[in-house]
Design a protein around this ligand. Structure first.
Ligand code: 5GP
Ligand code: ZN
Length: 113
């Protein structure tokens, strides 16, 4: 499948991996928008939030706990951080493999652009 994140998961292209287990991988974004910008990605190819189904409950829990652990490891737990899931064209999604951005290390403005 021609999916850049599947290629990273399959080690066909390199990435700076911060965490990996059987179901989830987290790696540094190639074009960081904050001092800490990690992408937390299920190994299963799910196209977007809209393609998540009931059986993904545990996987989603794993992803949030991974975000929590990575936030702690990067000293963001006290300062704060943001988890973002862009979805679809107007949501700004550019890679059609579900991913959670973990952003932190600077003051993040609201509303987003
Ligand atoms: P989206 O725009 O879909 O919410 O997020 C996709 C993210 O993937 C972008 O922030 C982009 O910089 C990142 N990205 C795209 N291609 C690669 C790549 O080959 N390696 C890494 N590490 N990040 C990538
Ligand atoms: Zn994929």
């Amino acid at each position: 499948m021609d999916c850049i994140f599947c290629k990273i998961i399959n080690k066909e292209i390199p990435a700076k991996v911060a965490y990996e287990d059987d179901n989830v991988v987290a790696f540094h974004d190639i074009n960081p928008q904050a001092p800490i910008h990690l992408l937390i990605v299920p190994k299963k190819h799910i196209t977007s939030v809209m393609e998540i189904d009931d059986e993904e409950n545990l996987l989603l829990g794993d992803i949030i706990l991974t975000a929590q652990n990575l936030a702690r490891e990067n000293n963001l737990d006290k300062k704060g951080f943001r988890i973002v899931v862009n979805t679809g064209e107007e949501g700004g999604q550019t890679v059609n493999h579900l991913h959670f951005h973990l952003l932190g290390g600077r003051f993040l403005t609201w509303p987003p652009g």
